[in-house]
Design a protein. Structure first.
Length: 625
């Protein structure tokens, strides 16, 4: 990676691909993207630096926003993908309209998705989503009106309309079996899925059986950071004797990563590489290279070529390491067509020229690559792959939880990305989600949150409003509250939370990129007895596990997260128990914990949306910039 003056990545070199360059302006606003010397994507922005037009060859996506800054419409020069968005007064997305259909959404008072109404030509379907207080899916009240189930003990769903579930003592899903409908005849042909884990609660072995015979078996391998780097899958097939059994040779897939983002998938047929939008889990460009093409790119380095033919009798020689380094540098300069004066002088001292050395180099083969643009929804879920000619090479339709409803794939492309951060595993039907595996049928994870209570009260929970919220790492970004300790308090129950108290302490927590959280808030120094009411402020020392309750306040947004991390390091204003609006000088000079966290969050959201006018106005009234 290479970085610009603002510290933003503006260039990276993926394995076996030309350099990816991000073209920016001002303080780092994205204006375009190049792959090698080829411009691929152009971005046009409004005066608030919001994207209004995205161009990729003949593909053009126009984006418009509401006066409140919410996404209003995304229109393409291909009408079938046009989408219009409608929001209610609570800021909830209540309708997505497209030429093919309209999907309307209903929510509970706590913001949970409770139902979807889909209408189209000759189609009118309502799907309710009932959950217990902890967010676990309950039986459909329309299909099961006699059900008395109101909650799942320990947040472990034991059955649904399709399967029976079993868990081990660690709360990990270990078995899933086809459910025999009430009154149905048991024929022993139920399929059973079994899941096995290592000591770090990572899925390492999966099997699916029927009639006690294996249908599929897979094993998974992880690196020291817990990222999945390989999988092997054996499938049932007919052997030479005519018997059906698992294949002897597995299908092997390897994975490559850039931090927490899965960027490379390679098997014996091809290598698929994904280029994401900067700082996000939304895919932008897909590059596929056939394995045969990759093999043709293998070449000797200049140093290797000279060593293999450098002997007096045409045999090989061994160069000292310092000479190999000099030749490697010279080769990179020749390939970039930027040979330095230092290298030219060195060659001249040896009686050689750049042209002579270039003739010793193996030719560089440029493999044929299939390049497509990801056309995604507002969350980053791929809806289509667009070729450089503007044609749709693949498209799909999903429900709100990421279940595939329909797919058109005439070119047999492998498109495994689902909701941001998720990769579809065909053998198990699960979505790998960096730290855990997600079951789209249940809309939740199959194991408990690796950070325990830091991720919320329900260890299995995926965001309960998947229309607006995502969880690419299997973690969440939250605003937390806990008992108040100022004014000599003892930290008893407090806050307008599960206890209904009007006073509480509030702070923010964001993912730290290592599977945990870093937190920050406003506190009082306590240098004198009166400081609890009015005195010097300081950065608080907070942790996620100490919270009484945490709520999701922002969808995955690395810009907001990085902005808040910067806020956590800033000097705090003077502290006041009274809200900022009640202090004598309302210029942000006196802030309690709620003022500071609310203002910091809103300021970072404005900054990342490009709303500099709003930031200035907020600075005038709050003192936070």
């Amino acid at each position: 990676h290479a970085y610009n003056a603002q510290g933003l990545a503006n260039r990276c070199i993926p394995d076996s691909l030309p350099a990816v360059e991000w073209l920016t302006y001002g303080s780092g606003w994205l204006a375009g993207m190049k792959l090698g010397d080829t411009p691929l994507v152009d971005f046009t922005r409004d005066r608030l630096h919001r994207e209004t037009l995205r161009s990729f060859g003949r593909y053009e996506l126009t984006t418009a926003y509401t006066p409140a800054g919410q996404l209003q419409r995304q229109h393409l020069n291909s009408l079938q993908y046009d989408r219009d968005y409608t929001w209610n007064d609570n800021g909830e997305l209540i309708r997505i309209s497209s030429p093919r259909q309209t999907r309307s959404y209903s929510y509970s008072t706590t913001g949970r998705l409770t139902g979807v109404h889909t209408t189209a030509a000759n189609l009118d379907i309502r799907i309710p989503y009932a959950t217990d207080p902890a967010g676990n899916r309950l039986p459909d009240p329309e299909l099961h009106p006699d059900s008395t189930l109101s909650m799942w003990p320990d947040n472990r769903i034991a059955r649904d309309a399709h399967y029976l579930y079993r868990y081990d003592r660690h709360g990990r899903l270990t078995e899933k079996t086809d459910l025999i409908p009430e009154g149905g005849i048991r024929t022993d042909d139920e399929r059973t899925h079994r899941y096995h884990y290592d000591s770090q609660h990572r899925l390492v072995h999966y099997t699916r059986t029927q009639y006690e015979e294996p249908l599929v078996e897979s094993r998974y391998l992880y690196d020291p950071l817990g990222r999945r780097v390989a999988k092997r899958v054996w499938r049932r097939e007919r052997d030479l004797t005519g018997w059906m059994s698992l294949s002897r040779k597995p299908q092997v897939t390897w994975y490559g990563w850039d931090g927490d983002r899965l960027t490379t998938i390679q098997n014996d047929r091809s290598r698929i590489q994904t280029i994401y939008q900067p700082g996000s889990f939304t895919p932008l460009i897909r590059v596929e290279t056939a394995t045969g093409e990759l093999a043709r790119t293998q070449r000797r380095s200049l140093a290797d070529a000279l060593q293999q033919s450098g002997g007096e009798d045409g045999g090989s020689v061994v160069f000292p390491p310092v000479l190999v380094q000099m030749l490697d540098r010279l080769e990179s300069e020749i390939l970039a067509d930027r040979v330095s004066e230092e290298s030219r002088r060195w060659l001249a001292s040896c009686g050689l020229t750049v042209e002579q050395m270039q003739n010793q180099m193996d030719p560089v083969y440029t493999p044929a690559r299939k390049i497509h643009l990801y056309h995604c929804d507002h969350r980053g879920l791929p809806l289509a792959l667009i070729s450089t000619e503007g044609a749709t090479a693949w498209c799909a339709e999903y429900d709100e939880w990421g279940n595939l409803l329909n797919e058109e794939n005439p070119h047999q492309l492998q498109q495994l990305i689902r909701l941001p951060g998720q990769q579809y595993d065909e053998e198990s039907g699960l979505y790998y989600n960096r730290h855990r595996y997600y079951d789209p049928l249940q809309g939740r994870y199959i194991t408990q949150d690796p950070i325990g209570l830091k991720g919320g009260w329900n260890f299995y929970q995926y965001p309960l409003n998947p229309i607006s919220n995502i969880d690419p790492l299997g973690l969440e970004t939250l605003k937390c509250i806990k008992p108040l300790h100022s004014m000599g308090g003892t930290g008893e129950r407090s806050g307008p939370d599960i206890w209904g108290n009007p006073f509480y302490y509030q702070y923010l927590c964001v993912p730290d990129g290592k599977g945990d959280y870093t937190c920050g808030g406003q506190d009082q120094r306590g240098e004198s007895k009166g400081d609890g009411l009015w005195g010097p402020g300081k950065a608080s020392n907070d942790t996620k596990e100490a919270a009484g309750r945490c709520d999701l306040v922002e969808t995955d947004n690395s810009c907001v997260e990085n902005c808040l991390k910067g806020k956590f390091k800033e000097v705090r204003p003077r502290y006041s128990v009274l809200p900022d609006i009640f202090t004598p000088i309302n210029l942000g000079l006196f802030k309690n914990c709620q003022d500071w966290s609310n203002d910091s969050l809103e300021t970072c959201k404005m900054k990342c949306s490009g709303n500099n006018i709003g930031r200035f106005i907020r600075f005038v009234f709050t003192g936070v910039m």
